[in-house]
Design a protein around this ligand. Structure first.
Ligand code: NAD
Length: 275
């Protein structure tokens, strides 16, 4: 009997039933891929890490929240996947080099990079605070540049790769308040992604940006209840998103299913930005 197919007696004779196991075997969308996910200790990055591992990828979770990162890797192992946690500050050039070197030496290659780590702007009430500008741009924009720069040689070595950069709907507009650096950083990620896609397309490297709308708040954000209700009222689907709804989009762009998709923007926002 083939693995994953159960046979049971029915009034019409023997009937094969495909089990969940069979479906899993058919649906390994990242089989043999090695992926780095920054900010993978929490929120959307953690969901992407778990989802990628379920789809067959070896996942390297890169973050500064060591306990949470190790917990994600434990969850991955408990569900039969492969993952490691590597302490990484995305603003550090040397951390990036160590992360990519360790990934390649431990798992043989690097196929996918998800630049997801990011911080919100709510810690900086003054919109013209220079420290706010520098810190937010360092993490959200320079971190994406440094990661991409570190990953490209390894991806070339692997014969190509997929980079998915997490921007935001705030990378298109400037109207939601907070420090302008958040919008600027996410806009930078959006255009940087296109420039990388154009430059490294001939090497088989794809680069796309993902633009989540209103989601469970970032750990660095302090949203007001009334603001949240207003966002829901203005979202055509009348709710906030869930982390798996972003992870599904990231998974698609990372996978070979998106093999001819590069330099594009995937908005996952319940329709908010199109109002
Ligand atoms: N939550 C939202 O509503 C929302 C909406 C649009 C876009 N985004 C973007 O999605 C991404 C993920 O957001 P989230 O909601 O999961 O946030 P989160 O706060 O839950 O997770 C972000 C992760 O990034 C890590 N991180 C922060 N600075 C880092 C650094 N210097 N080096 C390494 N890791 C670092 C944090 O430790 C954390 O684990 C971010 O880039 C964010 O800007 C979030």
């Amino acid at each position: 009997m083939p693995v994953g197919v159960n046979y049971k007696w029915t009034d019409r004779g023997i009937s094969p039933t495909i089990t969940a196991n069979t479906l899993e075997r058919c649906k390994m969308r990242l089989e043999d891929k090695v992926a780095i996910i920054t900010g993978g200790a929490n929120g959307m990055g953690a969901e992407e890490a778990r989802m990628f591992a379920r789809e067959g990828a070896t996942v390297v979770v890169a973050d500064m929240r060591d306990e949470d990162g190790e917990a994600v890797v434990t969850q991955i192992a408990e569900s039969g996947g492969t993952g490691v946690y590597v302490h990484t500050d995305v603003t550090s050039e040397s951390d990036w080099q160590r992360l990519v070197d360790q990934t390649v030496s431990q798992f043989g290659k690097l196929n996918i990079l998800v630049n997801n780590a990011g911080i919100s702007s709510t810690a900086y009430a003054d919109p013209m605070d220079i420290d706010g500008w520098t810190h937010i741009m360092d993490v959200n924009a320079t971190g994406v540049f440094l990661g991409t720069r570190a990953a490209i040689p390894a991806m070339k070595e692997a014969g190509g790769g997929s980079i998915v950069n997490i921007s935001s709907i705030m990378g298109f507009v400037g109207g939601e308040g907070g420090h302008p650096a958040y919008h600027a950083s996410k806009g930078a990620v959006r255009i940087f992604t296109k420039a990388i896609a154009v430059k490294y397309g001939p090497d088989g490297i794809r680069a796309n940006s993902v633009h989540p709308g209103f989601m469970p708040p970032m750990t660095t954000a302090t949203p007001q209840r009334s603001q949240r209700d207003e966002h829901i009222r203005l979202t055509p689907l009348r709710r906030t998103g869930e982390v798996h709804e972003v992870a599904n989009g990231v998974l698609f762009l990372a996978s070979d299913e998106a093999s001819f998709i590069t330099a594009t923007e995937l908005v996952i926002d319940g329709g908010f930005i199109s109002r």
